[in-house]
Design a protein around this ligand. Structure first.
Ligand code: DP6
Length: 330
């Protein structure tokens, strides 16, 4: 018996950050987060459950995945298999159409595409909330890539096992954009999962970050509802710098910025002084993501391409939800 399905999902950029997990629970965020899903960049994943396979086989961008990555995919597939009531192993083929060095979280689009393809192939009939909850169990930020436009994800509640992201209605039509400023082609050295664990374990500023995040999140949510770019941009910068400050105060310090990161931040501040609405955010890597009006991206990208050390600038508008491709056999 063969059951196969293909799904496409987009990465997302958090404008108020998730950074830290609740202790003793499976991938429950300690803070709420709000993100924009990106169009133009996507992960496409095909899952084929096959009777003849002895174990799950995972191919990422044409190469066999390592043990750790295969195990993380298998854990998600196990939850789908349990819901479907069968035990077929799967072949998973996943590819990103955006450069790995762009520092865009491929785990977000990767696990969102994987859960949508696996659920469709297995015929479990999960709705978007269930898909989001299941994606979260593999990578918290993936919960948000199930939805298009802007999405929110609440903080976890101790003792409550289920948590899904939610879309902000109509936000996909907001004419804003995020320009991804690639500041190095080297791979990052400390991933998000490890970085936030190190921060929560050793940073004296981690409790302050957790305490301040809900207010930042609420301001961002209201700003998106009001389609107020300035309010969103200001709070996005506060959230990003607060997250990075908590990481920098870890022992040893976790510094994700490189000199080009700082030069790009400086250039965005100057653009603002010159009258362009542009705001920065940075994740667990040295790249700078610039939030602006969609109409201003050409000017912003041109300015940032001139900053010495900037490798390239990719531009994305709000993207659509993760979706199965039609025509697959259920
Ligand atoms: C800085 O979702 O990759 O990008 O849940 O451990 O898989 P895990 O972490 P992940 O962390 C993303 C952190 C961030 C901020 C964000 O996307 O909210």
């Amino acid at each position: 018996m063969i059951r196969a399905a293909t799904a496409v999902a987009h990465p997302n950029i958090a404008l108020t950050k998730y950074w830290g997990k609740l202790e003793g629970m499976s991938r429950m965020p300690s803070v709420p987060s709000l993100s924009m899903t990106l169009d133009g960049m996507s992960t496409t994943t095909t899952v084929t459950f096959e009777g003849a396979l002895e174990r799950d086989l995972v191919v990422l961008n044409g190469n066999a995945a390592g043990e750790k990555e295969t195990r993380r995919a298998s854990e998600l597939l196990d939850r789908v298999r349990t819901a479907a009531g069968f035990d077929l192993r799967a072949r998973v083929e996943s590819a990103n159409d955006f450069p790995t060095a762009s520092g865009l979280a491929s785990s977000a689009s990767g696990f969102a595409a994987l859960v949508v393809a696996a659920a469709k192939a297995a015929g479990v009939g999960w709705d978007a909330a269930r898909l989001s909850d299941q994606a979260r169990r593999s990578s918290v930020s993936a919960a948000r890539s199930i939805f298009g436009g802007f999405a929110t994800l609440a903080a976890g509640v101790p003792g409550r096992d289920v948590l899904s992201a939610e879309p902000i209605d109509g936000s996909i039509d907001w004419q804003v954009a995020i320009s991804v400023v690639v500041t190095t082609l080297k791979q990052k050295d400390v991933g998000s999962t490890e970085g936030m664990a190190h921060t929560s374990n050793t940073s004296p500023y981690y409790p302050a970050w957790v305490a301040s995040a809900p207010r930042l999140f609420e301001r961002a949510r209201r700003a998106v509802l009001a389609r107020d770019l300035e309010a969103l941009g200001v709070v996005a910068e506060e959230s990003a710098f607060a997250m990075h400050a908590s990481a920098m105060a870890a022992t040893p310090a976790l510094i994700y910025f490189n000199p080009v990161t700082l030069a790009a931040i400086e250039r965005v501040r100057k653009l603002r002084q010159e009258g362009t609405q542009a705001y920065v955010t940075m994740d667990a890597g040295p790249h700078v993501k610039v939030l602006s009006l969609a109409a201003d991206t050409a000017k912003i990208a041109a300015a940032l391409r001139e900053v010495p050390g900037v490798e390239k600038v990719l531009i994305a508008k709000p993207g659509g939800p993760a979706a199965a491709k039609s025509g697959d056999r259920p």
